[in-house]
Ligand binder design. Structure first.
Ligand code: SAM
Ligand code: SF4
Length: 342
């Protein structure tokens, strides 16, 4: 499945503008921030049954530290913020935090990635706050399979979030991992919900971030999933690409179907995002080990200008693509996606 891409040499000089551009000319406007590594599910592709060794509380970014980072990144041109985890609402006080960010940073759109299990009760408040959208993980429409994959019996709760989010008019995307044991019938059933519901169902290639430091053999590619869906829906029409997803629609259906080549890494040339892990490391690519310790800078009382300069420099040196980032990484340990922030 690995198809190394051409490694580009830096093509631009370090720019004298106060926003985030890497040496390959990609502008960074999207920040994903992991607010916790704790989770109420144990998805098999993300972590082992016993969970991951959780980061001690004092090593996790505090809310005021996250708020300061968001302000610094907003000054650097970030316009889209996604709060993720772990499961974001497992962290106490998240709603108040979102509310304060909304008040302080009018220029950014805030999104959440969630498994939906403990979300339904917060949806009204999120809709009122003007949340820009939810990405919800859902790997099967069959409650038994949901339990098998997530090791928890919470399908009904997740489905309640799905229905309520749509009722409230919150833009919704579904994330389905092409997990080793995913069945053709499950892929087709999930694609078929786009007939009735205005959601984008995105099939994501499984990546090696499962906390076991092993890659699953035989995981399905996005291209293969697309072939499966085309057999059932031959009229599938392209709707272009947005971010990392290539999108399609069955004419007449309310929703769309997307594919994310997370492992085969076909979207790096247009990637506009960076991540901050739960421990405050800046990752300029999912496949690097973290390139700037923002938490250390915060706790060593670095000033805003110093932090902005360090972030700009780090982003400028971003690897050309996920294969290069992986090759350059100092350690090849693959953490759980729950600690990285998906
Ligand atoms: N708990 C939330 C959820 O599941 O949506 C947010 C965090 S989760 C780590 C973020 C995203 O990462 C989810 O869409 C999940 O499906 C995806 N993910 C987790 N492990 C993955 C893996 N090994 N390969 C590909 N995607 C993965
Ligand atoms: Fe939890 Fe999300 Fe990882 Fe599943 S994918 S274990 S819901 S963090």
């Amino acid at each position: 499945m690995r198809e190394p891409q051409e490694v580009f040499r830096p093509i631009l000089p370090f720019p004298h503008v106060d926003n985030l551009i890497d040496s390959h000319g990609r502008r960074i406007t999207y920040l994903r921030l992991a607010v916790t590594d704790r989770c109420n599910l144990r998805c098999r592709y993300c972590m082992p049954a016993k969970g991951i060794p959780f980061v001690p509380h004092d090593e996790i970014l505090r809310y005021e530290e996250m708020a300061r980072l968001i302000s610094i990144f907003t000054d650097l041109g970030i316009r889209k913020l996604r709060l993720t985890g772990g499961e974001p609402f497992v962290r106490k006080g998240l709603l108040d935090f979102i509310c304060s960010i909304k008040q302080q940073q009018e220029s950014i759109r805030i999104y959440l990635t969630t498994n939906g299990v403990a979300m339904a009760e917060h949806l009204e408040a999120l809709a009122e706050l003007g949340i820009s959208g939810l990405n919800m993980s859902l790997d099967s429409l069959d409650p038994k399979r949901f339990r098998q994959i997530t090791r928890r019996n919470y399908f009904d709760r997740a489905w309640q979030t799905f229905v309520k989010a749509l009722d409230l008019g919150i833009p919704l995307k579904i994330n389905t991992v092409l997990y080793d044991s995913i069945k053709t019938s499950e892929i087709i059933a999930l694609a078929a919900i786009t007939k009735r519901y205005p959601v984008i169902v995105r099939f994501i290639e499984q990546m090696p971030f499962n906390g076991l430091n092993r890659v699953s053999v035989g995981a399905m590619t996005a291209r293969h999933a697309e072939k499966i869906i085309r057999k059932s829906f031959p009229g599938l029409e392209s709707r272009g690409a947005s971010g990392t997803a290539i999108r399609y629609q069955v004419p007449g259906f309310k929703g769309e179907i997307g594919f994310i080549n997370g492992y085969s890494r076909r979207f790096c040339q247009t990637c506009d995002k960076v991540r901050i892990t739960v421990q405050g490391m800046l990752k300029t690519c999912l496949y690097d080990n973290g390139r700037l310790d923002l938490k250390a800078m915060l706790r060593n009382r670095a000033g805003d200008a110093e932090m902005r300069a360090a972030v700009r420099k780090t982003v400028f040196k971003r690897a050309a693509n996920g294969f290069a980032a992986e090759a350059e990484a100092l350690s090849h340990e693959k953490h759980s996606m729950a600690a990285i922030g998906g």
